[in-house]
Design a protein around this ligand. Sequence first.
Ligand code: FES
Length: 131
Amino acid sequence: MADAESLIALCPAAQLIERGIGLRFDVIAGGEEASAFVVRYRGQVHAYLNRCAHVAMELDWLAGQFFDSDGETLLCATHGAAYDPASGRCVGGPCAGHGGLRQLQVLEDGGVVYWRPDLDVRPRRVEPPAG
Ligand code: FES
């Protein structure tokens, strides 16, 4: 796998059920502690910073519950902002005009879901090198 050292294993791929409960994980975003999440939608994994574009609040009141009842949008539990699960784009509610969710890069390989951190959204804890 290319750039394996820059990838962080998040969970077994089978853990992410289509339009099911999302996996939350801890990050540093813009220098502050925050959370992010990954979900599966139309077979693909998608990850975002867990921060609503309307007000900087986490989307899920119930941990991991990001999809609406139809499984067609990611819903912010606070005021109902709706986002396209595939792009993070705002598709309804009070996020209109505020942009969308901050997308993170994730991929599946060998039955594992990996996150590739970037300069602005990084792992909260960096493991010391072995040895
Ligand atoms: S904080 Fe998300 S809709 Fe208002």
